[in-house]
Design a protein around this ligand. Structure first.
Ligand code: COA
Length: 196
């Protein structure tokens, strides 16, 4: 992770923003940004069923920061099983989302930088494919297409034309069919302190 982010940082050294790993101190700023960018219904999406109560995939919660270090963009990826292949073997993959950028920074390449850093980090970590639900005209530029996810379904209502996939390893999703199932580690609540 450090190597990928170092190269991303070097690339953006003279830029108005940097890409960084999310840390615990970013959570409030990230949630505020998501509320503003995606509105109050964001927690009702089918993708949210995959994320709820789980932690993101290892090393795959990223933020964009402005020059003062404030969070101006966020993207996270989640461990899933993307159905099964022709042999009936479950296919490990990632679900990306939400991706959001602070409105005052839109159109400056922040979203693209988050996407490219996330895709590079996922590939470096050995993941084979990324799925997402989003606007095809935006995500197609990164190589995401509906055809790769055509026999897969989300656990809840979704628009087929917005359900997209990218193979990081060629052929990873060949024959993939069935429902997306979350496989990420569960969030653990803080330990309860008991009096001796
Ligand atoms: C979508 C979003 C993440 C893009 O971030 P960004 O930093 O503005 O994106 P970039 O600067 O990297 O790219 C801008 C380009 O994407 C295009 N674009 C942005 N949103 C788009 C969309 N929904 N559909 C098609 N193209 C889109 C812009 O027109 C621009 O095109 P150009 O390069 O030809 O000028 C940001 O607008 C956002 O947070 N939107 C609200 C939340 C959201 O919709 N999240 C994605 C869920 S689908």
């Amino acid at each position: 992770m450090a190597a990928v982010l170092d190269s991303v940082r070097a690339f953006f050294a003279h830029s108005i923003f940097t890409i960084d790993a999310e840390n615990a101190g970013d959570v409030v700023a990230r949630e505020t940004l998501l509320d503003r960018a995606m509105g109050p219904n964001r927690r009702r999406k089918s993708s949210e069923k995959i994320r709820r109560g789980r932690v993101p995939a290892e090393g795959l919660a990223l933020v964009a920061r402005d020059r003062d270090g404030h969070v101006i963009g966020t993207v996270r990826l989640w461990n899933i099983e993307a159905g099964v292949n022709a042999d009936g073997t479950a296919i490990d993959a990632l679900l990306l989302g939400p991706l959001a950028v602070d409105a005052s920074f839109e159109g400056k390449g922040v979203g693209s930088a988050l996407m490219r850093a996330a895709m590079l980090e996922a590939k470096t970590r050995g993941h084979g494919a990324i799925l997402l639900v989003g606007d095809a005209p935006y995500y197609e530029r990164f190589g995401f297409f509906a055809a790769k996810a055509q026999h897969l379904v989300m656990p809840g209502p979704f628009e087929r034309s917005r359900f997209l996939a990218l193979e990081l390893v060629e052929g990873w999703l060949d024959g993939a069919a069935g429902m997306i199932v979350p496989t990420g580690r569960m969030l653990t609540s803080a330990p309860v302190r008991r009096a001796a």
